[in-house]
Design a protein around this ligand. Structure first.
Ligand code: SF4
Length: 105
């Protein structure tokens, strides 16, 4: 939260964000930013953050691509978004699978 927004445009839900109290580099490492060992410290901060659930919800809804948000690495968010998309196709039925390039069973 802290590295991308200034204090002037922080949404209200970010009040209490623990990442605002630590080095932003933890959350947005320049190299190897998706490796678990690189983001481990950021994930520990998130684990203690009182707004983690809301942060995770916002990050997924906004398709945040970079950094650690809501206790999730970039890899974890990509996986969750893929799972959600796949679940939507299944829920929509075979017609949606055909439209999206899949096979109708
Ligand atoms: S959950 Fe993590 S990224 Fe989100 S506000 Fe809290 S410390 Fe920051």
């Amino acid at each position: 939260v802290s590295a991308r927004l200034t204090s002037m445009d922080l949404p209200k839900w970010t009040v209490g964000a623990l990442c605002a109290q630590v080095d932003p580099e933890l959350f947005f490492p320049e190299r190897g930013g998706t490796a678990p060992e690189i983001v481990r410290d950021a994930l520990r901060v998130c684990a203690a953050c009182e707004i983690r659930a809301r942060c995770a919800e916002e990050a997924l809804a906004n398709h945040e691509r970079f950094g650690v948000w809501g206790g999730m690495s970039e890899r974890t968010r990509r996986r969750k978004l893929r799972e959600t998309a796949a679940a939507s196709v299944v829920a929509a039925g075979p017609t949606a699978a055909v439209v999206l390039g899949g096979e109708a069973a």
